[in-house]
Ligand binder design. Structure first.
Ligand code: ATP
Length: 238
């Protein structure tokens, strides 16, 4: 497998507060990697740093073998890194179709390629086609999460970052969201998934990292993480 993304000793500060300390991790092409951690551990900060929204204080981030430390967020989207942010961040007054179009904003693509991608999104989420004229703000929580995922797919990313997609959703909908993420991965998109819902996330993952107070404390294959006593106690609850 080919290394797509590599972080080496990445540290990030908000003012004087060090939110990430010497984070080293990698994602290979085709993998589904999970990032587990409690509220405030630093998962969103890792994603925002990979996406170019936070600048690292030190360390190196490589995308397909090239350093991307100083790249803008829109260039990184165009280069193949998609971000489905925590809290969905939809445009509530715009309709479903307009939200999806916004996902393709940073990538130059002809009409045909755009409508092909839109078709793929509608195939995965038929409800979005049914509701294409409906304002995003009036969708149910689960539908809004599907729209956030669909919008992130519109740039045809090679790597898709999912930040806590299960937050605030009913258990049945959570299951659907994880099924969809697994399917997106099976269809060829590499996935990095941040979750507090460790049990459900590990079930679909190949391997993962556990982050506490801005540091990686455990890493391993899915089975190793499931078997790790500390991980079970702190995150799986069994
Ligand atoms: P959550 O699930 O709550 O989003 P997280 O694991 O994603 O948790 P982060 O959002 O990355 O955690 O936050 C890591 C730490 O950095 C937390 O202590 C948080 O309070 C702090 N932090 C995050 N954003 C900022 C900011 N803009 N300014 C100052 N501190 C911040």
């Amino acid at each position: 497998m080919r290394k797509l993304l590599t972080l080496t000793d990445v540290s990030v500060r908000y003012g004087f507060y060090e939110a990430l300390t010497d984070i080293s991790m990698n994602v290979e092409s085709g993998e589904l990697v999970v990032l587990l951690g409690a509220n405030g551990a630093g998962k969103s900060t890792i994603f925002r740093t990979i996406s170019g929204l936070n600048k690292p204080l030190k360390g190196r981030i490589e995308w397909q073998g090239k350093s991307i430390g100083g790249s803008s967020a829109s260039k990184l989207v165009a280069d193949g890194i998609g971000h489905c942010p925590e809290g969905r961040k939809l445009f509530p007054n715009m309709n479903v179709y307009e939200n999806l179009r916004m996902g393709a904003y940073a990538v130059r693509r002809n009409k045909k390629a755009l409508s092909e991608t839109l078709e793929q999104v509608y195939t995965l989420f038929p409800i979005l086609e049914e509701k294409k004229g409906t304002a995003a703000g009036s969708l149910s929580g689960g539908q809004q999460q599907m729209l956030a995922i669909g919008r992130a797919m519109m740039s045809r990313p090679q790597l898709l970052l999912f930040d806590e997609p299960s937050i605030g959703l009913a258990p049945l909908i959570v299951e659907q969201v994880f099924d969809v993420i697994k399917e997106i991965n099976r269809n060829g998109t590499t996935v990095l998934l941040a979750e507090q819902n460790a049990n459900a996330a590990l079930k679909i993952a190949d391997r993962g990292y556990v982050i506490e107070d801005g540091k990686i404390v455990v890493e391993g294959e899915r089975e190793e993480l499931f078997a790790n006593d500390e991980v079970r106690k702190a995150y799986i609850g069994a």
